[in-house]
Design a protein around this ligand. Structure first.
Ligand SMILES: NC(=O)c1ccc[n+]([C@@H]2O[C@H](COP(=O)([O-])OP(=O)(O)OC[C@H]3O[C@@H](n4cnc5c(N)ncnc54)[C@H](OP(=O)(O)O)[C@@H]3O)[C@@H](O)[C@H]2O)c1
Length: 264
């Protein structure tokens, strides 16, 4: 009798709240064991872990400041030490602070680049090294297609405006890194982008403004958290997708916006 394969493990960054939490719960419901990463939101991370466990799935929380290279390099080994393996990483955590062409400086650029591009690249590098070291492709062909990195991007890369200058640059770097990593890490690790449209509101928008902006798309609605999470699940489960991005935005990238939604 063939022994049962262990359930795959996914690390979801920024999974205490908002889109990361929705992704964690969706993957838990699909049978993944979830490593819930957080930075400051410890209580919410514990709740995400409990809710994932309620979906009959193992889960555990891991803190790390993704702007620290040492902390990022230490994260995957901690997840592997806990679960014994890791099969996928979803890079959802993101720094999102406003700057413009006028206020741009190295400090803002470094901050966004480190957490939004550098950390996802290091986590992809670490996943690949782990998968190689455990011989997943050779020894466990059933899991080969499940080794993947999903990077959360943003429809505004295809519909640019000069607001949130450093954030946008960091996501552009991550999008380019996705292409290079898909080539460099094949065949063991796939790399896929998921680019939401306006999905959740921020402190910069009233509820009325958010509802109005959410309708601004060819389909009359932008993405919901469930739309984004199901695209991430699809990207993780479809073993032939790599080096491309799914835009999940109701078509917002096909429209022209002169300002970021939060400043319109
Ligand atoms: N929300 C949207 O409408 C939308 C639209 C387009 C694209 N996206 C993309 O989708 C992803 C998720 O969006 P979101 O709105 O859920 O994100 P978010 O609320 O802005 O941030 C998610 C989490 O990122 C973590 N984080 C930020 N900086 C960090 C750092 N230096 N180290 C470690 N963790 C850090 C924070 O964790 P703690 O709270 O634990 O500190 C935060 O809760 C992001 O990549 C975003 O760019 C979102």
């Amino acid at each position: 009798m063939t022994p049962a394969l262990p359930r795959p493990v996914v690390l979801v960054t920024g999974a205490a709240l908002r889109l990361g939490r929705e992704i964690a719960l969706t993957l838990a419901a699909a049978g993944w064991r979830v490593a819930v990463h957080y930075r400051n939101s410890a209580e919410d991370a514990i709740k995400t872990v409990a809710d994932c466990d309620g979906l009959t799935c193992g889960a555990a929380a891991f803190d790390a400041d993704l702007s620290s290279e040492a902390a990022v390099r230490g994260l995957l080994p901690r997840v592997i030490a806990h679960f014994g393996r890791v099969d996928a990483v979803v890079n959802s955590a993101s720094t999102f602070e406003h700057d413009s062409a006028a206020s741009f400086g190295f400090a803002a650029l470094d901050k966004h680049l480190h957490s939004n591009a550098g950390a996802p690249i290091l986590l992809a590098q670490a996943l690949h090294a782990h998968v190689v070291s455990r011989g997943a492709l050779d020894g466990e062909p059933e899991h080969a297609g499940q080794c993947a990195v999903v990077n959360l991007l943003d429809q505004k890369l295809w519909n640019q405006n000069p607001d949130f200058f450093s954030y946008t640059l960091s996501k552009a770097a991550l999008e380019a890194a996705g292409t290079m990593l898909a080539m460099a890490l094949a065949p063991r690790v796939r790399v896929v982008g998921v680019a939401p449209g306006l999905t959740l509101t921020s402190h910069l928008l009233s509820d009325v403004q958010f509802a109005a902006h959410h309708k601004l798309s060819p389909l009359g609605r932008s993405s919901t958290p469930a739309d984004v999470a199901s695209a991430v699940k699809f990207a993780l489960e479809n073993s032939s997708i790599t080096g491309t991005t799914l835009l999940v935005d109701g078509g917002q990238h096909l429209m022209r916006f002169e300002r970021d939604f939060s400043l319109m």
